[in-house]
Structure formats: C-alpha cells, structure tokens
Design a protein around this ligand. Structure first.
Ligand code: PLP
Ligand code: COI
Length: 355
C-alpha cells in the first residue's frame, strides 16, 4: 500500500543547531507526525504538522496508568547526499511486540515506516553532519481516552518527532563508567522489560541518580531475581569480550532485544568472530577480570551506537577494563555499523533503507 500524508508546513522555521557540540535529545525539528486511533476507523488521519505542544485531557489514560510505548531509530545522510534509515522494519516489529504487551492496537509495519520516511524527507535538512551525529527519530504511542478505570484505552495517538543528536554518551568514543546495581532491579521475566515502554525508564531513574552521584554514567543491571546475571545497561545492551569470545546476555524475557545488538551479533558471525548469547554472571566477569581475560566491554544501542566501557563498579570493587581505552572489537563494530549507517562503507548486510 502506498501511504501519503497531508502536510501543514510551519510558517516559522527554527534555526538549526551547530552540529559541533550537539547533545542528545535537546533540539527538535520543524515538523512532527500525528495519527489517531479509534475503534471504528483504526489508525487514521496520519498527518504532518508544525512541531509544537499538544492538548491532552487531564483524565487521559496515559497520564494515570502509563499505557504508552516508544521507539528509537536514526536517519543519516551519506557522503553523496542520500538519506537513509537503519533497519526500520525491526523497529516496526518491535513496536508491535511492545503494543501487544501494553494492549495498544498494532500498526501496519509499512504504515509505520512510511510515516517515518515522510517526516524525515520533509525535515531532511536537519540531519547533522559530523562524527557520531545523526537525526534521531522518536516514534511513540499513548492512550488518550479520558477515563479513570483501569482498562485499555479505546483511543490513541501515534506521533513521531525528530531530534538532531550527537552521541548519547557525551564522551563519544572515550570509555564510560558503569555502576553495577545490586539493590534496585530494572525488570523481571513476565514484566515489561522486553517491551519498549516508558515505565521501564521511569522506574530506573532512582538507581541512575545514585550512580550519577557516585560519578558513573549508567547502570549495568543484574537480573531481578538472583541479582547474579548481567541483563543490560540503562539505555543500551551490554557486550563483553572474554578471552577470544564476544558475549552478550541471552534474551530471557526481561531484556530489550536491541537492533544494534542483533546487528553486532550478525556482524561477528559474518566476520568469523566467536560470539555467544548466553547467561553471564557478575561472578564470571569478576573472575575473568582477575585472570586478565576481561578484554573489553561496550554498550550497544541506537542512541549509544557502540560505546566502550572503561570501568565497572560492583559492591565497591572497581574493574578497569582495557586500561580505560577503546578495544579492537568495539572499534571495529563502531566503524562498521556507523560506517554502514552513514553510507561511508558499503552496506554489505543490506540493512539500510532509502528515504
Ligand atoms: N536496552 C535498552 C534498555 C534501551 O533503551 C535500548 C535503546 O533503545 C537498547 C537496549 C538498545 O536497543 P537498540 O539497539 O534497538 O537501540
Ligand atoms: C535508543 O537508543 O533509541 C533509546 O531508546 C535509548 C534512550 C532511552 C535514549
């Protein structure tokens, strides 16, 4: 199906930020996409309008019971000036998995991608150029029926906003520090950990603030039951290089199945690098560290791209990884993934989609 959306252009275009020193998620483009859902018409009235505040009934379900979801992906401009997305159909699939978990109506994958393309095409001059930059795309859905009983909303809004961004970790490719959380938990199997919903992030803020106060950028979460196995990072998946094995936690129902994670696993396989998805305990990491076998750690995510981790703090013990330097696997994954995304290297995995 060929989707087209009416466009109301802004009469007051904003000044674009200087791409140097761009931070994550503080600037927004001139337009946004909005679409409604009601039981009679399904998803309908997709449109592009000037970016701006929205009206919401104070009784809207989302404000009381958090029935909402979000996604994150990026648009890039190639050296030849083509605009492209990275694996957007995976975001569409994950949206529907999240929607199913949150009792939000699913959305046609082609419609999801067409809406993104239409908005990015209109605001493509906002795609920043410069190492580590991109146009971050934030699709989200929320329940807007005014109703205070606890049940699924009958109406929703699907919106997309765009933000020119620099790297999520301001240090860029300089290693970050992570705090291994052993009091609070992010998610448990059967909860919403593998869905991309705001509640997961709201519930993580307390621990993140404690970590920040101690000088650590983010949390490395442990499993919610035994507090023994590595799950993931606050806004990214976690990878380790132990000896000659690249390892990431297996998807167990409480971890977000990252698209960057999936891409790194596929790239390792393609390049003949030994890679495993399995349980990794914090004890195993400590033992590997003491034996000099914990060679690298890095975060993977749309916002984070591939970010090396140079220090872990667990119960007062500091582990300094790879001398606080980016390691060869993280560097190769960053170069290949960001290279494919930005069209600086050939897309030999067939991952990019033209806008
Ligand atoms: N885990 C969490 C909790 C995240 O917020 C993210 C970011 O989206 C990821 C993992 C990585 O997912 P992706 O690579 O699809 O961006
Ligand atoms: C992303 O990488 O897209 C994320 O969603 C991370 C984020 C919560 C900023």
């Amino acid at each position: 199906m060929n989707y087209e959306f009416p466009i109301t252009k802004t009469t007051n275009p904003k000044q674009k930020p200087d791409p140097k020193g761009l931070r994550f998620g503080t600037e927004f483009t001139d337009h946004m996409f909005v679409m409604d859902y009601n039981p009679e018409d399904g998803w309908n009235n997709g449109r592009i309008v000037p970016y701006g505040p929205i009206e919401l009934d104070p009784a809207a379900v989302v404000l009381h019971y958090g029935q909402e979801m979000f996604e994150g992906l990026k648009a890039y401009k190639t050296p030849e000036g083509r605009v492209q997305l990275f694996r957007p159909y995976m975001n569409a699939q994950r949206t529907n998995n999240t929607n199913d978990r949150l009792c939000i109506p699913t959305i046609d994958e082609e419609l999801f991608v067409a809406a993104i393309k239409a908005l990015v095409k209109l605001d493509q001059d906002w795609i920043p150029e410069g190492e580590g930059t991109a146009l971050y795309i934030r699709p989200f859905i929320f329940a807007d029926e005014p109703f205070l009983g606890v049940r699924r909303s009958t109406t929703y809004k699907f919106m997309i906003i765009l933000s020119p961004v620099g790297p999520y970790f301001e240090s860029g490719l300089a290693p970050t520090k992570m705090y291994v959380e052993d009091v609070y938990v992010r998610a448990v199997k059967g909860g919403t950990g593998e869905a991309k919903c705001g509640g997961n992030y709201g519930a993580s803020l307390k621990a993140q603030e404690i970590a920040h106060e101690k000088g650590y950028e983010q949390i490395l979460w442990l499993d919610g039951i035994e507090k023994k196995y590595i799950e993931e990072i606050g806004a990214a998946n976690a990878f380790f290089v132990i000896g000659d094995e690249v390892v990431t936690s297996e998807l167990n129902g409480s971890i977000l199945p990252g698209i960057t994670r999936n891409s790194i696993i596929a790239l390792c396989k393609k390049k003949g690098i030994k890679v495993s998805e399995r349980k990794i305990s914090i004890d195993e990491l400590e033992e590997a560290y003491r034996a000099g076998q914990l060679k690298e750690m890095f975060a993977s995510g749309t916002a984070a791209i591939v970010s090396p981790v140079g220090e872990l703090l667990y119960k007062g013990e500091r582990m300094i990884i790879n001398d606080n330097q980016i390691g060869p696997v993280a560097q190769e994954m960053y170069d290949t993934i960001y290279g494919i995304q930005t069209g600086k290297i050939e897309d030999f995995m067939d991952w990019t989609v033209a806008v």
